[in-house]
Ligand binder design. Structure first.
Ligand code: SF4
Length: 296
């Protein structure tokens, strides 16, 4: 729970505020950009929500904040309505789960609803209101984990839904020894007709990304959109395995066509296939310049 006594003085006056426990994960700023912004490496409220839509997005950010750093002076009366708005639709069959976990440093997770079995992409926080909403959408058949950092409450989701977990063997740690599918090698894996898993070593050795219906790329921490650079980019300052390998992986990924990039960290992006191709090329050029400006 956010504490009013810990309220950051940089917040604008009003009902919604951010306290000093913010870990600067960026979630609230992309979920409700008209309300939250960054000041001195933490978020603040710079504009109180004015419309119903702004209020809903601010309250969705409040529930998604991994550290419960967002609070309201007045108890929100409509919190059950806000809970019922999760997961949040992105396309007809793809949803943003919200409820980010601190153990994943606030990474986003997603749900794919499909007749052959729903796929949870990376693990959100195990929160009962979200779990009930996932149940109502058909539960979880598979829990696909892009890499070792964003596994959060994977065991609880497995225990609740009996889902099979997928993770590359090079990213398995003591916490994930029990995963049901250990992915291996560096070649793409056609897990189902609509699901292709592509190994992209770089951020971590066993990082993979998931291409759904040749349209939606769940990119984990491999690639994301930079509002600053205005093209896709990778996390040079948070590359745990090999930047050179990451560049090779990015070049291989550029052979694919997609319209959406849905990352764990960083901003999502939606564009035509041609625009996405161009943005991937700009990303690769940027990655090869050692003195290029940061994308963050
Ligand atoms: S979601 Fe929470 S932790 Fe993340 S930037 Fe916003 S206030 Fe900070």
């Amino acid at each position: 729970m956010a504490q009013l006594t810990q309220r950051r003085p940089e917040n604008v006056a009003g009902n919604v505020y951010v306290d000093r426990t913010c870990i600067d994960c960026d979630t609230c700023r992309w979920m409700a950009p008209e309300v939250f912004q960054r000041v001195d490496h933490q978020s603040v409220v710079y504009h109180q929500p004015q419309t119903e839509a702004q209020h809903l997005r601010a309250m969705q950010a409040l529930l998604s904040c991994p550290t419960a750093s967002i609070g309201t002076v007045e108890k929100p009366e409509d919190i059950k309505t806000v809970q019922a708005s999760f997961p949040i639709p992105i396309t007809e069959t793809v949803y943003h789960c919200g409820y980010h976990a601190e153990t994943s440093f606030g990474a986003a997770s997603y749900l794919i609803v499909r007749p052959e079995g729903n796929v949870l992409v990376d693990s959100p926080r195990f929160s009962v209101p979200l779990v009930n909403q996932l149940e109502a959408l058909g539960g979880v058949r598979y829990l696909y984990l892009t890499h070792r950092d964003d596994v959060a409450d994977h065991q609880k989701f497995h225990d609740r839904f009996g889902c099979d977990r997928l993770l590359h063997e090079d990213d398995i740690t003591a916490r994930t020894q029990g995963v049901e599918h250990r992915l291996a090698g560096t070649k793409p894996i056609d897990f189902a007709d609509d699901l292709r898993i592509i190994p992209v070593p770089g951020h971590t050795k066993g990082h993979t990304v998931l291409l759904y219906q040749n349209t939606v790329l769940f990119s984990g921490d491999h690639v994301a959109w930079s509002d600053k650079l205005k093209h896709l980019y990778a996390f040079r300052g948070a590359c745990w395995y090999s930047w050179d390998e990451l560049i090779i992986s990015m070049k291989n990924l550029a052979d694919y066509d997609f319209e959406w990039v849905l990352p764990g960290h960083g901003r999502r992006h939606h564009a035509s296939r041609e625009e996405m191709r161009q943005s991937m090329q700009r990303c690769i050029e940027w990655m090869q310049k050692p003195d290029a400006p940061s994308g963050w």
